[in-house]
Design a protein around this ligand. Structure first.
Ligand SMILES: Cc1cc2nc3c(=O)[nH]c(=O)nc-3n(C[C@H](O)[C@H](O)[C@H](O)COP(=O)(O)OP(=O)(O)OC[C@H]3O[C@@H](n4cnc5c(N)ncnc54)[C@H](O)[C@@H]3O)c2cc1C
Length: 338
């Protein structure tokens, strides 16, 4: 009989990654994942899912590097296996270009991706407004396939899944011994975190099978990411904007800016438009605390607030969250573990 009851709240890429890590590593725990929304209706589902990251200001760079590398290595194994098409995980090569030479020329993750180098002058000629760039191979992880694949893996490890909105952690305190909070933007209400806020992003899915390489402007607002079935082009970064409807002005801007980088985008058929809200925070919250709930001291592990880099950092932060769950187990009274 499984003795410790763990609940994970959230069915985006953070929740499912964390639930799989816990269920596979701790077979003596029963793990239940609860969420209001599942694939294809989470923020994670529409993300371009390309692996690279910006720096968070207050988290040691070594920790951020580890998050990136652990995620990259995990997804690289999948990209190079028979699971790649079903999981929606593939290698992707291309360029990140900048209008000015960067003071910090090499990003902190340059050693984790494959074949990182600076672009040559002849490569840069394609982009007359840009003076500097990175060329490398990274990974594209398409969550509309990856989430159902993770869910299967979670169920195979004995995990249970339930659709339900959680209005307060109190609701969970009698049924579970450890709560893992991966509710993204939902954490604002669920745990009263006013530091988490939305950054709106709009993208288009287009049919352009001739495009094989990604192009990303270093400002993060204009990008072209070829995927398994279509090309994702974007984007916008609108802080504090909660609108989930498509904005025609944004669509026009995206098409113009992307055609500026790759003129053949003008010939691509638009297949769909999508808006998502990045669960942003100055730093993601990957930590544990003990909360007093209905007279009981309940350990809570938080893993949310990854902003525009949640797909990139999901597996790395999930492994950290697993470490925090292990610490909770060590501190639990013996009878709870029997
Ligand atoms: C346009 C766009 C492009 C992006 N591109 C990239 C990219 O290329 N690379 C990258 O790394 N990242 C990218 N991102 C960011 C990425 O999508 C997010 O960081 C990531 O999806 C966050 O995952 P999550 O699991 O925390 O949140 P979500 O996917 O939002 O999942 C949150 C889950 O919590 C559940 N939940 C919330 N509150 C409650 C509650 N009270 N009760 C029950 N369930 C609850 C929700 O129902 C949902 O299941 C992009 C985002 C956008 C919008």
């Amino acid at each position: 009989m499984k003795s410790v009851r763990v609940v994970v709240v959230g069915a985006g890429v953070i929740g499912f990654s964390t639930a799989v890590c816990v269920a596979e590593a701790l077979p003596f725990c029963s793990v239940t994942l609860l969420a209001e929304k599942f694939s294809p209706d989470t923020t994670s589902d529409g993300a371009a899912g390309i692996l690279f990251a910006g720096k968070f200001p207050d988290i040691p760079l070594e920790r951020q590097r580890r998050w990136f590398k652990n995620s990259f290595d995990h997804l690289l194994d999948i990209a190079q296996s028979q699971h790649s098409p079903e999981a929606g995980v593939m290698l992707s090569s291309g360029w990140q270009i900048f209008k000015d030479v960067q003071a910090d020329k090499k990003p902190f993750w340059s050693e984790a991706v494959i074949g990182f180098r600076f672009m040559t002058d002849s490569e840069l000629k394609r982009f007359p407004e840009h003076k500097f760039g990175h060329a490398f191979t990274t990974i594209k992880c398409e969550c509309s396939s990856y989430l159902p694949w993770l869910e299967k893996r979670f169920r195979k490890a004995g995990g249970l899944v339930e659709q339900r909105k959680v209005n307060s952690l109190q609701e969970l305190s009698n049924s579970y011994d450890i709560i893992v909070n991966c509710s993204g933007l939902g954490s604002k209400l669920l745990v009263g975190d006013n530091k988490v806020y939305p950054v709106r992003g709009q993208v288009l899915k287009v049919e352009a099978p001739w495009l094989q390489h990604f192009i990303r402007d270093g400002d993060g607002k204009t990008y072209i990411f070829p995927g398994m079935h279509c090309v994702t082009i974007g984007g916008t970064r609108q802080e504090g904007d909660r609108r989930l409807q498509v904005d025609e002005g944004d669509t026009k801007g995206i098409l113009e800016r992307c055609s500026g980088l790759e003129p053949s985008i003008g010939k691509a058929k638009v297949l769909g438009e999508w808006v998502g809200l990045r669960p942003s925070r100055r730093n993601p919250r990957v930590e544990r605390e003990v909360v007093q709930l209905q007279g009981r001291r309940v350990p809570v592990v938080h893993n949310y607030g990854h902003g525009g880099w949640g797909v990139t950092l999901a597996w790395g932060t999930a492994l950290d969250a697993l470490g925090l769950v292990r610490q909770c187990l060590h501190e639990m009274p013996l009878q709870a573990k029997l």
